[in-house]
Design a protein. Structure first.
Length: 248
């Protein structure tokens, strides 16, 4: 998939979405519907979403190589969503689609990290969807680059608290804060691994039908938009208690 094809898919996928910041309360008995093209998975509506035209991303950056997704990732949604560790009810996988400039994403990310760090039986997997302009795109590339150097969550914490300026000096500052060599972080930032990982995340978000961020796949349930804390915990408990054979 070439850059222009990726941008065309994103442009069709995402339009500006404005939902009041007061998050809707999800019903006490969740309303699920099948998730098209992901057999065995289901979806439900959440709350507020941030979105924009993906054609705006990358204006000051570029995708230097075509993206050719591995055939197995296309055939196996569990692998694409949850990585090689897959699904286990003991550590329920939670795939998070996020943008560093999305305020609702920051709230949901912190809730999930707090739940995990307090002992909740979840495993968090992030997918980057930089839909809110060049700054989002730079931050997504930077966190992926740091992830390849073993600093994914530290980079995520760093980038949630600041906007990554254009140019090598801001990336060098980030590298020093993460105890990484600036040259190594820059090399990953500019390299094919980051390009392909970002394109894979955007492609997966497109296939899921996400109109913006946040989106989260909890076990086999896709929630589009923000979700209140009580409903988040309830859905995690429900996914762990219900038998499923989708990813086993």
């Amino acid at each position: 998939m070439r850059r222009r094809d990726l941008l065309a898919i994103g442009g069709a996928m995402c339009v500006a979405i404005a939902i009041p910041p007061v998050l809707r309360r999800l019903p006490s008995d969740f309303d699920f519907e099948p998730l098209t093209d992901f057999p065995g998975f289901r979806r439900m509506a959440g709350g507020a979403v941030s979105g924009n035209n993906i054609a705006l991303i990358g204006l000051d950056d570029r995708l230097p190589t075509p993206y050719d997704p591995p055939p197995k990732a296309l055939l196996d949604p569990c692998l694409a969503l949850f990585g090689p560790e897959g699904y286990t009810p003991e550590k329920l996988p939670v795939a998070i689609f996020s943008d560093f400039n999305c305020p609702y994403c920051k709230i949901l990310d912190k809730r999930l990290v707090t739940l995990r760090d307090s002992g909740a039986p979840v495993r968090l997997i992030w997918h980057e969807m930089p839909l809110l302009g060049p700054s989002s795109y730079r931050s997504a590339k930077a966190v992926l680059a740091a992830g390849f150097l073993g600093k994914a969550e530290a980079a995520r914490d760093y980038l949630w608290n600041r906007s990554l300026r254009p140019g090598p000096s801001a990336l060098a500052e980030m590298a020093e804060a993460l105890d990484l060599l600036p040259t190594m972080l820059q090399r990953e930032f500019d390299g094919a691994r980051v390009v392909n990982a970002l394109a894979a995340d955007l492609d997966l978000g497109s296939r899921l039908g996400l109109p913006g961020t946040p989106g989260v796949v909890i076990g086999r349930t896709l929630v589009i938009g923000a979700i209140k804390d009580a409903d988040l915990k309830k859905l995690i408990d429900l996914e762990r208690s219900e038998p499923q054979g989708v990813c086993l």
